[in-house]
Design a binder for this molecule. Structure first.
Ligand code: UT7
Length: 325
């Protein structure tokens, strides 16, 4: 049956220039390259200096618009997943729309779902497109996590990085089958009973400060493998496709052992699993659009490929998206 699909017609990413290596970190806290590499798979991460989340977002969005062959005035909606907005309010999306000169009057808002922020943002944008409320959407995942990292805490400071990724979605008529291009299925979840397993310790209504990342690493790790696998399985089943039909698994880039665990659980061959955590670290809501854009830009992910995206983060929140590029 004919239906509206949200097709990814543009992709972009941006990483701030400063690179922080494991050796650099070993001079700041009691750690070393061997521990970080074997426990997390991370080698380097990028750190924003003098650039805000909106600045990174604008750079990633400019690239996405260029790849789409569109102007910012063609955009009907801007939605950003982030936990590190420039101000408590307004949204970073509103700021981006002003900085880029978007059409006046278009809806702009942020989605607060931590590392699942981009998956949530993409789902909301997809739903608005399928309802016919907007035709063309700019969806961003962007973070300057370096602002909420305690640089004296070796348990967390080695894990995170800054960056941004963006996609342009456009409404396209589909046949309602899994052969359509565009987003084929989405599924979001949360479990608030795990609120204290991973959080940033500040807040407007509590400390009146931004705070620092606090994490029960083992708890998050255990949960992440199951949640990312569950969300991936759900969207594949919903669209009536099997693991064999899928070209790429793109899980949230937090830790190579989590990524490998999900690949293994789903029965996905290693060479079909996208890994960028080694050179980005965990960039929270930016991790998926960064990895997607990088893989599309390099030609790894091609037109027509079927990609399973899965995300998991604080809340806990998690979710899956099945998309044919
Ligand atoms: O985006 C979603 C959010 N985050 C995640 O998905 C992260 C999920 N969790 C993880 O990735 C892992 O749990 C970590 C990488 C954070 C930790 O790995 P682990 O294998 O669970 O290590 P651990 O917490 O069991 O720590 C083992 C040891 C401890 O020492 P003791 O108590 O055994 O003597 C830590 O103190 O490693 C120590 N340690 C470190 N040593 C060197 C912790 N951090 C470091 C460090 N360098 N940076």
């Amino acid at each position: 049956m004919k239906c509206i699909r949200s097709e990814i017609i543009g992709w972009g990413h941006y990483l701030p220039a400063k690179v922080l290596t494991n050796d650099d970190l070993s001079k700041m806290v009691d750690t070393n390259d061997e521990w970080i590499s074997t426990r997390t798979g991370i080698k380097v991460r990028h750190i924003a200096e003098g650039e805000t989340t909106a600045d990174l977002s604008v750079k990633a969005s400019q690239m996405a618009l260029k790849r789409a062959g569109l102007d910012i005035k063609d955009i009907d909606l801007i939605v950003t997943g982030t936990l590190t907005p420039d101000n408590t309010t307004p949204s970073v999306s509103a700021k981006i729309s002003g900085m880029m000169g978007a059409r006046l009057g278009i809806p702009t808002f942020d989605v607060a779902a931590a590392c699942s922020g981009f998956a949530y943002a993409l789902t909301v944008a997809d739903n608005m497109i399928r309802l016919g409320q907007v035709k063309t959407a700019l969806v961003i995942g962007a973070e300057t996590l370096s602002n909420v990292v305690d640089w004296t805490d070796r348990n967390t400071c080695v894990l995170f990085g800054d960056g941004a990724g963006a996609v342009v979605l456009r409404a396209k008529e589909g046949d309602g089958t899994s052969q359509d291009t565009g987003i084929l299925s989405t599924k979001l979840y949360s479990d608030g009973s795990q609120y204290n397993s991973l959080y940033v310790s500040g807040g407007v209504a509590t400390t009146k400060t931004a705070g620092f990342v606090v994490m029960n690493g083992k708890e998050v790790f255990k949960f992440a493998v199951g949640a990312l696998s569950e969300a991936s399985e759900w969207v594949m089943q919903d669209a009536g496709v099997s693991v064999e039909d899928v070209d790429w698994l793109l899980p949230h880039q937090a830790n190579i052992r989590i990524i490998e665990g999900v690949g293994h659980k789903l029965g996905m061959p290693e060479e079909k699993v996208i890994v960028t955590v080694d050179h980005h670290g965990n960039t929270s809501a930016a991790s998926i659009p960064l990895a997607l854009s990088e893989s599309m830009e390099s030609g790894k992910i091609k037109k027509g490929d079927l990609v399973v995206i899965s995300a998991m983060g604080a809340g806990f929140t998690w979710g899956g998206i099945l998309v044919r590029i």
